[in-house]
Design a protein around this ligand. Sequence first.
Ligand SMILES: NC(=O)c1ccc[n+]([C@@H]2O[C@H](COP(=O)([O-])OP(=O)(O)OC[C@H]3O[C@@H](n4cnc5c(N)ncnc54)[C@H](OP(=O)(O)O)[C@@H]3O)[C@@H](O)[C@H]2O)c1
Length: 328
Amino acid sequence: MRAIVIREHGGRDTLRLEADVPTPRAGAGQAVVQVHACALNHLDIFVRRGMPGKKTPLPFISGGDIAGVVAEIGPGVEGVAVGQRVLVDPALEHGAIGEDAPGGLAEYALVPAANLIPLPDRAAFDEAAALPIAYGTAWRMLLSRGRVRPTEHVLILGASGGVGTACVQIAKMAGCIVYAAASREDKLAKLRGLGADHVINYQDGEFDREVWRLTGRRGVDVVVDYTGAATWVRSLRSLRKGGRLLTCGATTGYDPNTDIRYIWVRELTILGSDGWTRLDLEALLRVVWSGRIRPVIDRVLPLAQTPEGERLLEEREVFGKVIIHPQE
Ligand SMILES: NC(=O)c1ccc[n+]([C@@H]2O[C@H](COP(=O)([O-])OP(=O)(O)OC[C@H]3O[C@@H](n4cnc5c(N)ncnc54)[C@H](OP(=O)(O)O)[C@@H]3O)[C@@H](O)[C@H]2O)c1
């Protein structure tokens, strides 16, 4: 089969399209999925570059967000049939598909059958693949961990990315007043289109001043900050007394300078959130299949253009999700 294979960590030139990768066969409790859509995530870039303290089994195929058709089931698998349209929950007991086990940037992917979620007929592969990592993480961070409530003021940094656009949509659905920060005016216009009540260009770094101005010097109730080092202290400064800072990552670095005075003086709560549970994912899918949230897809690319897709993420040129079609 064709697959994007990482044989060594490094830049985008380490992403090689190979045509003779052995097609996986399903063992007991497993299924092989013919991958019709695989969404890219910033995680794919971290996996390709190599993460400190984390060993990736090389050669490796990344891509955790998989939607497709069941091609083969192994012995003992029940409740799922060959030919069924499915979404794959990337969460494993220890780790995730595309990070700790081979993923879907390939024509076929081997997954535990327990991770298959049947897709309703109306669900498109591209939209389904956009959901688990970005929307699942946003769902858990805002609703299960952050418990955002209607009328709360919520600031989302990096709002144009995969998790970011998901956060904007989910916070709006929850009845929040959304402040969306991004680095370019065209992204801000799109964020308004997505329902953001206020948009902030944080390119100059001083988004906390703008938050102070927009909230009449009160501050917001919640900040979503997964950009990390570049924004951390100003995120603390943007919060009102008793506010919550939610984080699920650190795109610009995990070791920021901080200023703990804000934490005690304003009685702030810092809440971490990692991935999603099956319950989070199922609740999200109900909302999406009911039509209340439509995942934001920037563009769809054939398998050979995976490096270009990762370039778009690395160079901050995307709005929402990039989807790869491994069959093309
Ligand atoms: N813990 C978990 O389970 C989990 C799950 C999913 C994601 N995450 C983490 O969440 C973060 C976002 O992931 P994602 O897949 O949504 O990423 P993404 O689609 O690439 O979006 C990242 C956004 O962050 C902003 N950004 C700010 N500084 C950046 C920089 N130096 N490089 C790239 N983008 C930058 C960009 O918007 P502007 O250009 O407008 O600033 C971009 O839209 C990552 O750190 C990821 O590892 C964690």
